[in-house]
Design a protein around this ligand. Structure first.
Ligand code: 4AD
Ligand code: MG
Length: 475
């Protein structure tokens, strides 16, 4: 369906043309001699208003009662200019086939707006709503723009593994991989009744990945570093997993991450890349998803277009962690969590800085105390902080986390020792420092948080088609 509302000339260039459309009925209004049917095929927000008069060629063949909300239809007709105030053109129906019926009483997506909570219980049908159609198209545009940005800047896309033995963040938030083997395999017998059974009704089960421990990846960074120290600038874009049992509006157990890794680069290069990337993708959706962005501005977050335009046009704020702590200590506001040099910033602190101190502009905080950051971050000359950066935005909080990596072998080894991490399991990662080590840096951006940021959706569960959170993996 071409864009009959938000399009350049709202479909008028199609007037007089015979067309066929296929889609799903949003509403059907039957009047004495004409029937108005709104059809949507997901290609844009607009519905095509199809007008079928009782003297249309194929009218007698149509069971009007079957044209119900949710039914799929094929409609043939001619585009004419519309008398209606809502659109410039409509489809004068010559023939209409109901392809798949939909029982109007049982169909869960009713005309009146359903709550987000309810729609999460109908995740298989929620893409048929305006909101989820728009979120899905903007998510798609952000993914496309991501590849476009990195490809145009000479980065090579790397598929990092989903199953891995390494814990990139060293935080122990990994899901364990287990293997289900048939009786003929060499696993031990399983007595857990909820495990699916094989053809002969029995299951053998071993608690690992073919005899070795393995986990779902929390980040592709370590693998990206291996390729960056061979192909120069690279990036990953794939699913990552965190077994943190947090029920918040910005955490998922399964989320997509974009992780560029820049060779021969320091923290300043990393921050410049993060800024250019974010401005590029935000500008891309403003330019290419106009109708959907106007919908978000009207229904989801008032002023989002202006907010995002500022992101594209204005510089981002940069602060050191020490500056941020000072700002928070001077704040009149009472925080629930204490603020003190050495403690991690909580979301209330991040919110205060981005929303109240800097009124909505992204803020990059750098040079965090080494104790609150991951083992691989490069130690600064002060011996107390590391070359880390977090990019914070209003509503979402931390959108990006990145750092310059410790490229000096001895320092990296002693950091692993300090944190009591098993050096042997990082042998290959240490090799990157043994053979042709270079200064390098990178960051990770949580893709669903970017979708939230660009659409104004409050809850991260509504920024991914099928959210995985504690207790929810139904669809
Ligand atoms: O800050 P994080 O944990 O950093 C890393 O994983 C690094 N290895 C990235 C790198 O330098 N290559 O995660 C990066 C980003 C966060 O800023 C956040 O946007 C997102 O990933 N993120 C989550 N998004 C949704 N649900 C979760 N549970 C998330 N945990 C992190
Ligand atoms: Mg982080």
């Amino acid at each position: 369906i071409f864009d009959v509302k938000g399009g350049e000339d709202e479909g008028v260039e199609w007037i007089g043309k015979e067309i066929v459309i296929r889609g799903w009925v949003r509403t059907c209004r039957v009047q004495s001699s004409v029937t108005f049917i709104e059809v949507n095929d997901g290609s844009c927000l607009s519905n095509m208003q199809c007008v079928m008069s009782s003297d249309a060629e194929g009218y007698s063949e149509v069971e009007i009662a079957d044209i119900t909300t949710g039914a799929s239809v094929l409609v043939e007709g001619i585009v004419v200019s519309s008398q209606g105030a809502k659109q410039k053109v409509e489809l004068k129906v010559a023939r209409l086939n109901v392809i798949g019926k939909s029982d109007p009483l049982a169909y869960p997506i009713q005309k009146k707006r359903a709550s987000r909570e309810f729609l999460r219980t109908t995740a298989h049908l929620r893409p048929r709503t305006n909101t989820f159609g728009a979120v899905t198209r903007v998510r798609n545009a952000l993914a496309y723009a991501t590849h476009k940005f990195f490809q145009e800047n000479g980065f090579v896309w790397i598929s990092s593994p989903i199953i891995t033995a390494s814990d990139c963040e060293g935080a122990g938030e990994q899901f364990c991989v287990t293997t289900l083997l048939s009786k003929t395999g060499d696993g031990t017998e399983c007595s857990v009744s909820s495990i699916p059974t094989s053809v002969d009704g029995t299951i053998d089960w071993s608690q690992d990945f073919f005899g070795k421990p393995a986990f779902l990846t929390v980040s592709g960074q370590l693998n990206a570093e291996s390729y960056a120290t061979a192909l120069s600038d690279v990036y990953t874009f794939g699913p990552t997993f965190r077994a943190e049992n947090s029920n918040t509006s910005r955490h998922l157990a399964e989320f997509w991450m974009i992780e560029p890794e820049l060779a021969f680069a320091d923290l300043n290069d990393d921050m410049a890349c993060a800024t250019a990337y974010l401005q590029y993708v935000v500008n891309y959706v403003l330019q290419n998803c106009k109708e959907d962005m106007e919908f978000f501005d009207a229904w989801i977050e008032k002023g989002i277009i202006n907010r995002l335009t500022d992101v594209v046009e204005k510089d981002f704020v940069q602060l050191t962690y020490s500056d941020a702590v000072e700002i928070l200590c001077r704040a009149k506001k009472k925080f629930e969590f204490p603020v003190k040099w050495g403690l991690d910033l909580q979301s209330e602190h991040e919110r205060y800085i981005t929303e109240e101190v800097y009124a909505g502009q992204p803020v990059i905080i750098r040079d965090y105390p080494k104790e609150i950051k991951a083992f691989y971050m490069r130690l600064n000359d002060d011996g107390k902080t590391v070359a880390a950066m977090d990019l914070l935005v209003p509503h979402v909080g931390e959108l990006i986390g990145g750092s310059q990596r410790e490229e000096r072998l001895e320092l990296l080894e002693s950091r692993l020792d300090e944190l009591k991490l098993n050096k042997d399991s990082y042998w290959w990662y240490l090799d990157l420092r043994r053979f042709g080590s270079v200064p390098h840096a990178g960051f990770g951006l949580g893709f669903e948080r970017l979708v939230q940021f660009a659409t104004g959706m409050d809850n991260i569960r509504d920024a991914i088609p099928f959210p995985r959170t504690p207790g929810s993996a139904e669809f």
